[in-house]
Design a protein. Structure first.
Length: 614
């Protein structure tokens, strides 16, 4: 369906001059079938937060507010021009450029503070990020309103005890690939940016590997300001429900967070106050959930599991309190933006009132050094609980298009609360924490990415030979398709071996006794599905080098059998039990070659050593 719609959109943009690619051109009204009439209706909404909207006559009205339907979000250039004007007019606001996109656009943050040029490190910092997926841009329009109200309309006291950093648009290139056809499942704004970057990358899969300039810049900003709370603002896809603002951290109530103290604060302190604030303004807050089956919404929900490539998974591993907001795609842009405003304002209030407790929680989690680290989470097959759920009524009908029964959302709240099974996640791998890792100096790319994360390390300026445990990758499996510009390599079996290895100048010893130690383990253990190796970044070790001619190995094999009766017995047993092997001359000779010292002993040997406690 997505492909078909994309095709229609492409054809249309080629044939119709009315379909401009810029935000400022509003497409001509039309009765085309792709004008969103196919979307289910949204329940009527008239929340108290509408009072936050300022009239078009206001000198500081935002483009979103000025639009009669509140269904518009300004271009990159118009957004920047508006913030530049705000910056010039208010001492509380300044703009900080922190990166450049692949297409050359500055990436900037808007900082709201009473501290002047240097932020007081004792104050909590809220980092609010919009537009990592540019079609899901609610945070930009909400942030503009909130900063304006802080600057001019009596909300400056929010900054008495907290600083605010807003990234209005992170994926700036994707934001400018704008059209009415970017988000088929989403109700506004009427012109939307594109999910991926100009280089077709999904930035919300790049929190660990840090391939992209946007994410490298973001990580520098995060390390520089060390946010007390990081809020990553999105819009959902998937099923309909009554909730307009859903948000989550990790797992059901943070059940399997890697930051238990932070999770407790988010769950026990922030969440009740946040839900009260949202409900008080007419919103319907809910937990971040994903349907097990979009065509059978009562079958159950899960929380999407724990993946460190995503913002909230990364935040949990890095001990940065991180909330993923997913506003509901079928609610109007206006309702979603206003809910986001209430969320951000309340987050500032909570940091002002309880930021010290959160600081204490962060410190506790950053002191954790678990000996074992769960990894590679998978969805449970059995529900862990049943949850009350505010559903939307639906029916099914026979579709001539699909030839099967399809679901039709009716846009009316179900008066009966649903009780739906809830599925959690569980780790399928446990990683042992070594004392340190040794990264060879020639992998400057790996060392640089660790540094970008803020990982501390010792860099060698002279060769050093150390005893390390090295891992042989026994069963590397290359993925059949590419993913984010990589060919993933899954490794389920490794054989450790202790070796003396010489690390050359520029090599790095990376201790795990640091706050980011868990993150280091997840990045550097090749079996971790969030590791650099899992993204296929060590393909060079998968090639075997050198070989032995048949005329050399055949007589050598005879000699080996003569010298070693056990080896001879093992060979004969293999012949007896494996007819395919017995019939394959090359495999038989290879069996002996692998058992000679001529065999390439670095084949599939992962080059990052593990330093084990003596
Ligand atoms: Zn998103």
């Amino acid at each position: 369906m997505r492909v078909l719609l994309a095709l229609i959109a492409t054809v249309l943009s080629l044939t119709s001059p009315a379909m401009s690619q810029t935000h400022s051109d509003v497409p001509a009204p039309n009765a085309q079938p792709w004008d969103r009439a196919f979307l289910p209706p949204a329940p009527q909404w008239d929340g108290a937060s509408r009072a936050l909207l300022r009239p078009a006559s206001d000198p500081w009205v935002t483009a979103f507010e000025a639009d009669p339907e509140h269904d518009f979000s300004p271009t990159y250039a118009d957004t920047r021009a508006w913030f530049d004007r705000l910056d010039a007019a208010s001492d509380l606001i300044r703009i900080e450029q922190f990166g450049i996109s692949p297409e050359g656009r500055p990436i900037y943050a808007v900082i709201a503070s009473k501290d002047g040029a240097t932020l007081d490190p004792s104050k909590p910092v809220l980092l609010a990020q919009a537009g990592i997926h540019p079609g899901e841009i609610d945070g930009k329009d909400a942030g503009m309103m909130l900063l304006r109200d802080i600057a001019f309309y009596g909300k400056d006291s929010l900054l008495d005890r907290v600083n605010l950093i807003l990234i209005p648009i992170l994926s700036v290139d994707g934001h400018e690939r704008a059209s009415p056809y970017s988000r088929p499942n989403q109700r506004g704004p009427r012109i939307q940016g594109w999910r991926n970057t100009g280089t077709n990358q999904n930035l919300n899969r790049d929190f660990m590997k840090l391939d992209q300039p946007e994410m490298q810049a973001l990580m520098r900003l995060i390390v520089k300001y060390d946010p007390t709370l990081y809020v990553d603002i999105h819009v959902t896809d998937g099923i309909d429900y009554q909730y307009d603002v859903t948000y989550g951290f990790n797992g059901e109530n943070g059940a399997y967070s890697r930051s238990p103290a932070i999770s407790a604060w988010l769950n026990d302190t922030l969440k009740p106050a946040m839900n009260d604030a949202l409900e008080g303004q007419g919103h319907i807050p809910g937990e971040l959930v994903f349907a097990i089956d979009d065509r059978d919404p009562k079958a159950g929900m899960n929380d999407g599991g724990l993946g460190e490539r995503f913002s909230n998974g990364f935040g949990s591993a890095a001990h940065i309190p991180t909330i993923l907001i997913e506003n509901h795609s079928l609610k109007p842009h206006e309702q979603r933006v206003l809910g986001t405003y209430v969320f951000l304002e309340q987050a500032l209030v909570q940091l002002a009132n309880h930021g010290t407790d959160l600081d204490t929680a962060i410190a506790a989690d950053r002191a954790l050094r678990p000996a074992q680290i769960p990894a590679n989470f998978d969805g449970d097959t059995q529900p862990t609980s049943t949850r009350a759920f505010k559903g939307i009524l639906y029916e099914t009908y026979e579709s001539r298009a699909s030839g099967r029964s399809e679901l039709r959302w009716l846009g009316r709240p179900d008066p009966d609360l649903w009780q739906v099974p809830f599925y959690g996640s569980h780790p399928t791998l446990t990683l042992d924490r070594p004392v340190a890792y040794w990264v060879p100096g020639y992998r400057t790319d790996i060392i640089e990415r660790l540094r970008l994360h803020g990982v501390t390390m010792e860099t060698l300026d002279a060769p050093r030979t150390v005893s390390v445990e090295m891992l042989r990758l026994d069963d590397p499996k290359l993925a059949a398709t590419t993913n984010e510009g990589h060919v993933a390599v899954a490794v389920t079996k490794v054989t450790p071996q202790t070796r003396d290895w010489t690390y050359h100048p520029g090599s790095a010893r990376v201790p795990t006794d640091q706050p980011l130690g868990n993150l280091v383990v997840l990045l550097l253990e090749p079996q971790s599905n969030e590791s650099f190796a899992a993204w296929g970044m060590f393909p060079e070790v998968l090639n075997r080098v050198e070989y032995i001619e048949g005329y050399a190995i055949a007589p050598l094999a005879e000699a080996m059998m003569a010298a070693d009766p056990a080896l001879k017995a093992a060979f004969e047993s293999r012949l007896a039990t494996d007819p395919a092997f017995a019939a394959n001359a090359e495999a038989r000779l290879g069996w002996f070659y692998e058992r000679t010292p001529f065999y390439d002993d670095r084949y599939r040997l992962y080059p990052i050593g593990r330093e084990i406690a003596p």
